[in-house]
Design a protein around this ligand. Structure first.
Ligand code: NAD
Ligand code: DAU
Length: 358
């Protein structure tokens, strides 16, 4: 059996975090990436336009649950690591229709794990110990905190409240079980809310930015006092690289930005930056577009991450504060109007046919 290559297999690499990770990996590490993505509504190859002709990037459209496809990719490329970003990721969608979440996040992860286990079992002992399966997960598996509760750490009990978080919790448990039962060298990261370039505008920050610029209402669920911890997406990418490189096999690592904000504070901040960067013709503040709407069912009140373990063990710390990251993010959306227009119109879905016809 041939040796492991230096390639990594990334799943979900056309989504928000996955595409940021692939771009960052190629510029910082540079070893080849096989990118397996189903291209659901959330997958956007335009995110990867800058590497469309880069020979180190091999895009494959497909499902993590397609066992034959995954088996073939593993056998052909013999990656030294598999990083699983692929998921249905939007809480509101999971409330309206949970089935896709169970299918991809639970069943899909199970099929992927089975194929990875089968591939791993063919390796020589030394290769087995070098291989890694890294599962990208969320802080939402821990449930909701009260105002005075300590932040989530790696020993906090799982208490998922939405179909999305329940499906991610199930996938985390499967990953854990494949380590304890079969010895698969796994790593899991549980991260807080990301923001930054290429964020699909169904999520709070890009939705507010795009609605504000389009003169539309800025919807705040409930009283807007729910708290999230925000992390700039490239800081999440650097955390994943640190865990992949130095993380202890079988361990989980919480990743967060130490940036707890209420949703209303986040929206006010976005309005204030836009007021400065792109003042409205009528002289009013974008804050005037804020509209309180019905709350999300089962809405978690507060998330907070204790990132002490990854900092102590792996020396990882975020480079961005919320203030520096959010300014960069607003600038990115203002400077990338074609990406925004294609996402808004749905034209981004034609990108595959246009750019990958070859
Ligand atoms: P996203 O929805 O933007 O992207 C998901 C990607 O997965 C898309 O490109 C989609 O086409 C692909 N995909 C979906 N189902 C697939 C399948 N069956 N097979 C192959 N590809 C499939 O999500 P994101 O925000 O980039 O999140 C990536 C991962 O990080 C997810 O696992 C999510 O749970 C986790 N996470 C996200 C955040 C966040 O704030 N966005 C925070 C912590 C953890
Ligand atoms: O915590 C990590 C999680 O963060 C990830 O696992 C998820 O994949 C990711 O989508 C995100 O989940 P949230 O539900 O926290 O993100 P969202 O952007 O949907 O919402 C952020 C907060 O803003 C949440 O409290 C709901 C609120 N909200 C959201 C939208 C879209 C509003 O008030 N109005 C809105 O229109």
């Amino acid at each position: 059996m041939s040796k492991l290559s230096k390639k990594i297999l990334v799943t979900g690499g056309a989504g928000f975090i996955g595409s940021n990770f692939v771009l960052d990996w190629l510029s910082k590490v540079g070893t080849p990436v096989i990118n397996l993505d189903k291209l659901t509504y959330a997958g956007n190859l335009e995110n990867l336009a800058s590497i469309a002709h880069d020979k180190r990037h091999d895009f494959v459209q497909g499902d993590i649950g397609d066992r034959a496809l995954v088996k073939g990719l593993l056998a052909e490329h013999r990656p030294c690591a598999v990083l699983n970003f692929a998921a249905e990721s939007h809480v509101d969608r999971s409330i309206h229709g949970p089935e896709d979440f169970i299918q991809t996040n639970v069943v899909g992860t199970f099929h992927l794990l089975e194929e990875v286990r089968s591939y791993w079992s063919t390796m020589a002992t030394e290769e087995q110990s070098r291989f890694r399966f890294l599962h990208v997960s969320t802080d939402e598996v821990y449930g909701s905190l009260g105002a005075a509760d300590p932040a989530f750490n790696e020993t906090t009990s799982y208490a998922p409240n939405s179909p999305y978080s329940a499906s991610k919790a199930a996938s985390d448990h499967l990953v854990r079980a494949y380590h304890h039962t079969y010895g698969l060298p796994v790593l899991t990261t549980n991260c807080s809310n990301n923001y930054g370039p290429y964020h699909f505008p169904e999520k709070l920050i890009p939705l507010i930015l795009l609605n504000a610029l389009a003169g539309k209402p800025l919807p705040i669920y409930g009283d807007g006092q729910q708290i999230r911890d925000w992390l700039y997406v490239l800081d999440h990418c650097s955390a994943i690289r640190a865990v992949l490189e130095k993380g202890r096999v079988g361990e989980t690592y919480n990743v967060g930005g130490c940036n707890e904000k209420t949703n209303l504070d986040v929206v006010h901040t976005l309005c204030d930056i836009l007021d400065h960067e792109r003042p409205k013709a009528d002289g009013h503040s974008y804050r005037k577009q804020i509209m309180y709407v019905q709350d999300r069912p089962g809405h978690d009140r507060r998330y907070a991450i204790d990132a002490g373990k990854i900092e102590k063990e792996l020396g990882w710390r975020p480079e961005h504060t919320f203030e520096t990251g959010i300014r960069k993010t607003v600038r990115w959306y203002l400077d990338n109007q074609i990406w925004v227009a294609n996402v808004t119109s749905g034209a981004y879905r034609d990108w595959v046919a246009k750019n990958y016809a070859r």
